[in-house]
Every structure is written in structure tokens, then in C-alpha cells.
Design a protein around this ligand. Structure first.
Ligand code: HEM
Length: 58
């Protein structure tokens, strides 16, 4: 598909994860706080993967 790269897909996932992190961190979204801590670390990893894929042009 034109313009849809792996970096774009992971970038959209990252955007959703950031929205989840702020919503749960602010407790607007009430989930077990363990998910805020776990997905915060997942987000760190996916952000690095996103940057590497984007740099490689994938
Ligand atoms: C990019 C990742 C993350 C984002 C964007 C994020 C965002 C936030 C936000 C917006 C708050 C509310 C702060 C406030 O109202 O003053 C918060 C609170 C908090 N976050 Fe995160 N967070 C992330 C990752 C993590 C991780 C990895 C941990 C721990 C392993 C963590 C632990 C906490 C704790 C303990 C609080 C305080 C909750 C409370 O008692 O009110 N966060 N976070």
C-alpha cells in the first residue's frame, strides 16, 4: 500500500500507547495501574523500534 510503511504502523501504535499512558496516568481511564507501568515499558521499546525502522526507510 502506498505510503504505509512498518514505521507508520508502529507510529500509530505508539500514538495509541501514549494516549493510553496519559489517560491511565491521569486516572481518567480506570484500569489496574500495573498496565500503566507495563505498557509504559512496552512503549519505550516500540518507540526505539519505530525510530530504527524510520531511519532505515522501512
Ligand atoms: C511513555 C510512558 C509513560 C507516560 C506517557 C506516562 C504518563 C503518566 C502521566 C501523565 C501520569 C500522571 C502524572 C500526574 O498527574 O501528575 C503518570 C503517573 C504515574 N506513572 Fe506514568 N507514564 C509512562 C510510563 C510509566 C512507567 C514505565 C511507570 C513505572 C514503571 C510509570 C509510573 C507512574 C506512576 C507510579 C504514576 C503516579 C500515579 C499516581 O499515583 O497518581 N509510568 N504517568
Amino acid at each position: 500500500m502506498a505510503g504505509i510503511t512498518f514505521a507508520v504502523i508502529i507510529g500509530i501504535i505508539n500514538l495509541l500507547l501514549v494516549l493510553f499512558q496519559v489517560s491511565t496516568g491521569k486516572r481518567w481511564l480506570k484500569v489496574n495501574f500495573i498496565w500503566h507501568r507495563r505498557l509504559g515499558v512496552v512503549l519505550l521499546v516500540t518507540v526505539v523500534i519505530h525510530a530504527i525502522l524510520a531511519d532505515l526507510g522501512l
